[in-house]
Design a protein around this ligand. Structure first.
Ligand SMILES: C[S@@+](CC[C@H](N)C(=O)[O-])C[C@H]1O[C@@H](n2cnc3c(N)ncnc32)[C@H](O)[C@@H]1O
Length: 364
């Protein structure tokens, strides 16, 4: 049976997520902050383990109209919750309400959770092996006017949290954003990659996992592992053999960041070369390749980073001439210090800061 799923991403990155889905053989339809798709529970579970760009993957269980709290409860009870939940599973419900007269969020939350429990109590439970792990289940209710959609989160914890990044500095990039930048740059794992502002190593580590065809979340737990409908479905552990072993380098001028990066890479099983270098004298691992990086924005400490961006520009026109580049930056003035013809591919929010992904073409 097919379900409707929503893969959520920061607004601005829908097309990248849609392209990733398409590489996985799935048609998706972009909608603001999400890509919508149809899949069975087994297919959705496999996607949750493979998607690199997604924040979350949500399965819609209830969709319809509700004009009153009682109507909402009846709608929730009309769905079969047994494939997803058992009575004693810990549940959390996030409620988003727009232009609705259903009342206060806390009242709605209570009503919906009661309705789910009523349905689970009334129907005979599915038989499920007792070894099934108990994981907290996260549900999301969206009410816009009379339209209601109630979904359950396949990951529980955001899919962007892979598990290997335990050491990090003050401004780490979310792992799924790092993967999105690599896909946005069209990196397929077949050319050298350099991040000269690598910090805790997020971009190079995501790159190494992508090139090797390793699942992004490795052995992390997923909430869906305790859905009754998925018991007896063993996740495929087969790695897609890519045969690609590109040269991946991360450099930074701050030694503690490199120690974090090396520690994270070891946990992830990622093969990356780490080097201490200032952008004024960057490593040149190969004659050509791709630079993907997240330079400092200078916002937290409030000091000028113009010199860093100018030095990055000199690196691209000097030692790294011939390399393509894609970098994140919050403003056009700074981006143009790197290259006068740097162009923005898309914009999105990175930890509350509005940034764009800027591309520099060596032929440009
Ligand atoms: C925004 S952080 C990068 C975060 C990284 N993407 C991550 O996920 O952890 C910017 C990094 O640039 C480094 N950096 C700042 N100035 C530099 C310079 N002149 N040369 C090389 N690295 C520099 C900082 O040490 C910091 O680790």
């Amino acid at each position: 049976m097919s379900h409707r799923w929503s893969l959520t991403v920061p607004p601005g990155l829908e097309a990248v997520a849609q392209a990733e889905l398409s590489q996985l053989g799935v048609d998706g339809r972009p909608s603001p902050g999400a890509v919508l798709l149809s899949a069975t529970l087994e297919e959705g579970a496999a996607l949750a383990r493979r998607l690199r760009t997604a924040n979350r993957l949500m399965c819609e269980v209830v969709a319809g109209k509700a004009h009153s709290l009682e109507g909402l409860a009846a709608l929730v009870r009309s769905a079969d919750w047994r494939p997803f939940l058992r009575l004693r599973d810990p549940m959390e419900l996030a409620v988003h309400v727009e232009e609705s007269r259903l009342g206060r969020k806390d009242v709605i939350e209570k009503k919906v959770l009661h309705a789910i429990h009523d349905q689970l109590r009334a129907a005979p439970a599915l038989s499920v092996p007792s070894s099934r792990p108990h994981r907290a289940q996260h549900l999301q209710l969206r009410v816009v006017g009379d339209a209601v959609s109630l979904s359950i989160d396949a990951g529980g914890e955001r899919l962007g949290v892979r598990g290997w990044r335990q050491a990090q500095g003050k401004a780490p990039l979310r792992e799924n954003l790092a993967a999105s930048l690599l896909l946005l740059a069209g990196w397929a794992g077949d050319e050298p990659l350099l991040d000269p502002f690598c910090g805790a190593g997020t971009i190079p580590i995501e790159a190494a996992l992508l090139a090797a065809g390793e699942p992004p979340g490795g052995g992390r737990p997923y909430a869906m592992e305790s859905w009754p409908a998925l018991q007896g479905v063993t996740p495929s552990r087969r790695r897609a053999p890519s045969g690609l072993r590109p040269l991946i380098t991360g450099s930074d001028n701050y030694a503690p960041a490199l120690a974090d990066a090396a520690e994270n890479a070891e946990r992830a099983g990622a093969s990356v070369e780490w080097l201490r270098a200032d952008i004024a004298d960057p490593p040149t691992p190969a004659a050509t390749g791709l630079v993907v990086t997240n330079p400092p924005y200078g916002l937290r400490l409030g000091h000028s980073v113009d010199g860093v961006y100018r030095a990055f520009g000199r690196a691209l026109s000097g030692p790294l001439r011939g390399w393509r580049a894609l970098f994140l930056c919050p403003d056009q003035r700074l981006a143009r210090l790197v290259h006068p013809r740097a162009f923005a591919l898309t914009g999105f929010s990175n930890g509350g800061v509005r940034v764009s992904a800027w591309a520099v073409d060596p032929q440009g």
